[in-house]
Design a protein around this ligand. Structure first.
Ligand SMILES: O=P(O)(O)OC[C@H]1O[C@](O)(CO)[C@@H](O)[C@@H]1O
Length: 247
């Protein structure tokens, strides 16, 4: 069963999500966090940074595993997810850099990258809490709609819808990488708790299908209905199609 927490707007969503993450870190200082990129979690990271600076939360023992990274991109490329995470989160908190893990997009040996990332996540005991955004087409990480749910880390061809959605961050649409490494759906489901953040009307269909649609790999996020500890924090616009279903 998915627990839905209603937020007034992006700021409220971010604060509520950051509350859940900081509670996890306070209760288990050496916890393993799965982290996401994209616009959705930026406000959550901002809030966590603020609380860190006030001395309310300490990341010194936390380990992190990021969901995804573009294929064939250098870590210091401003479009890479390595760069994104440093800029929006890691550079501002006291996390130990050796505890930070993002798939090695610059390594084009797919088998090596995927096997080593899966081993690291498994050796860490999987994530205590996995933070997710959701794509307009229901993707989680870069697990795109498909005929089957993926298992471990793999390299995917991005859909036109995702390329188009992500092109806002690039100068030209043809600059958006066509492939990406992503944690698999099974690995995401191995997390002990999952927190999804979603805002804006563009996410309304995906949020509805994730929470109330059939469980199908055509909407990868729908598998979260089968997890025992999922919280979705979403604003009113993202919940627009769920109105009749909310308590
Ligand atoms: O938060 P955004 O920018 O809408 O992106 C949603 C999802 O898409 C991705 O950025 C991948 O396209 C995910 O990492 C993210 O969770």
């Amino acid at each position: 069963m998915i627990k839905i927490v209603r937020a007034r707007d992006y700021a409220d969503m971010s604060r509520k999500a950051a509350n859940i993450i900081s509670a996890q870190v306070i209760l288990k200082p050496n916890c393993v966090l799965g982290l996401a990129t994209g616009d959705s979690p930026i406000g959550t990271y901002d809030q966590l940074i603020d609380w860190y600076k006030k001395g309310d939360v300490d990341f010194s023992q936390v380990s992190t595993y990021n969901l995804d990274e573009y294929f064939g991109i250098a870590d210091d490329d401003p479009q890479s997810y390595h760069y994104f995470m440093n800029k929006h989160f890691f550079d501002h908190i006291n996390i130990d850099p050796k505890n930070v893990h993002v798939p090695a997009g610059s390594n084009t040996d797919v088998d090596e990258v995927c096997a080593s990332f899966d081993k690291m996540v498994a050796d860490a005991g999987f994530c205590d809490l996995q933070l997710l955004g959701i794509g307009r087409n229901g993707h989680i990480g870069f697990n795109e709609p498909d005929d089957v749910f993926s298992k471990g880390t793999h390299c995917v061809n991005l859909t036109e819808s995702t390329i188009e959605a992500n092109s806002r961050l690039f100068e030209r649409e043809e600059d958006v990488p066509r492939r990406a490494y992503t944690m698999g759906v099974q690995t995401i489901m191995n997390a002990r708790s999952i927190l999804v953040v979603a805002n804006g009307e563009k996410k309304a269909q995906a949020v509805h299908d994730m929470c109330f649609g059939p469980v199908t790999p055509q909407c990868p996020a729908s598998i979260l209905q089968l997890h025992t500890n999922v919280t979705v924090v979403a604003d009113d616009e993202a919940l627009a199609l769920c109105k009749g279903m909310l308590a």
